[in-house]
Design a binder for this molecule. Structure first.
Ligand SMILES: Nc1ncnc2c1ncn2[C@@H]1O[C@H](COP(=O)(O)OP(=O)(O)OP(=O)(O)O)[C@@H](O)[C@H]1O
Ligand SMILES: [Mg+2]
Length: 327
């Protein structure tokens, strides 16, 4: 069985539904983006939102993807940095109870928090305090962590530390892993364009980007962007929300519809899409099947608040996965 290792900012999500988007403007948070905030602003936000109903769930983009894969019984590992506090315990528990090989370091700052503001139209906006996650350093990484894995999945959110990403992808390549990246957020792409272009051209095999990210990355609309990205790596995936996704390799181009869904919170759509797609690749399925698996997982996670789904839903998903495999 193929194994998947992930690395990312280990965060806990505080998920709040907001009744109008004024709160976003007040805190200078462009809708749909991820903005880094310091501890003070993070705490101020949480205080202001405290009167609203909120949920707490372990998050982090790559961690969500790995968690999704583990729910489908793919052997997985995850590298990240937390603190030995309550949120760190929540994060660790979430990883280990799924049997994920959790390579979690202990940092000096608090465990990172992604305050997630969910608008009425189900779009999510993040204000992220990285905390201990920012302390994950190239020196923490060892070749032995990568051995025995087949895929290495990273999130674009790690760009605060270019050297960390470079060290990791070099170790992954040395150990023969395929590398996938989720572009994370259009403002991350805009702010790190030269670095990400070099990274994708030199190391990355599979790119996941949504419409805005692919636009920031290439300056082009989704179809053209797909072509452009596919010339830089083996498999390019551009996700276009409710319109589905597009996949391109040198030899093949696939268009995949989204599944019918009643979205309440889009948090985790991209992350779980990556879980489904990587599950397909790990089982040597066709690109069309990989994309359909992505749509299946993404279309389900947007029907719940936060990036995690309950056992009932996973049982239904597993049955859908088996249908796609046997098609
Ligand atoms: N309204 C919807 N109905 C059904 N499926 C959807 C809907 N919105 C998104 N999806 C599914 O989720 C996938 C990823 O969506 P999207 O393009 O929003 O990615 P993303 O922006 O990376 O997500 P995220 O908000 O998690 O970062 C789509 O390709 C589709 O399969
Ligand atoms: Mg995304």
């Amino acid at each position: 069985m193929k194994k998947v290792l992930g690395m990312g900012n280990a965060l806990v999500d505080i998920l709040v539904r907001i009744s109008d988007d004024k709160m976003l403007a007040k805190f200078d948070l462009p809708k749909g983006s991820m903005q880094l905030v310091d501890k003070e602003k993070s705490q101020q936000l949480i205080r202001e939102l405290h009167h609203l109903n909120y949920d707490v769930a372990s998050g982090g983009s790559a961690a969500n993807t790995i968690n999704g894969l583990a729910n489908l019984d793919i052997p997985c590992g995850y590298i990240g940095k937390i603190h030995d506090d309550n949120f760190g315990k929540i994060f660790t528990k979430d990883m280990t109870q799924k049997g994920i090989e959790a390579i979690l370091f202990n940092g000096g700052q608090d465990t990172g928090i992604a305050t997630t503001l969910i608008s009425q139209d189900s779009q999510r906006t993040f204000a992220t305090y990285l905390g201990a996650a920012v302390e994950l350093a190239p020196e923490d990484l060892k070749e032995s962590y990568f051995k025995g894995y087949d895929f290495f999945h990273i999130e674009g959110y790690l760009v605060q530390n270019h050297e960390l990403i470079e060290t990791a992808v070099k170790l992954a390549k040395k150990c023969g892993l395929k590398i996938s990246i989720d572009m994370a957020s259009y403002n991350v792409v805009e702010g790190n364009l030269a670095f990400l272009t070099k990274l994708v051209s030199e190391y990355v095999d599979i790119v996941f980007a949504n419409e805005e990210e692919s636009k920031s990355f290439t300056g082009k609309d989704p179809e053209e962007a797909l072509l452009h990205i596919s010339e830089m790596c083996e498999i390019a995936v551009v996700k276009v929300g409710a319109k589905g996704s597009m996949v391109k390799t040198q030899h093949e181009r696939v268009l995949c519809k989204a599944i019918p869904a009643n979205p309440v919170d889009t948090t985790g759509a991209g992350d779980l899409f990556a879980s489904g797609f990587l599950y397909g690749l790990a089982h040597n399925l066709s690109l069309e099947q990989c994309a359909r698996l992505g749509s299946l997982l993404a279309g389900n996670v947007i029907e719940v608040i936060g990036p995690k789904m309950d056992e009932n839903r996973w049982t239904q998903i597993v049955s859908g996965v088996n249908d796609i495999i046997s098609d």
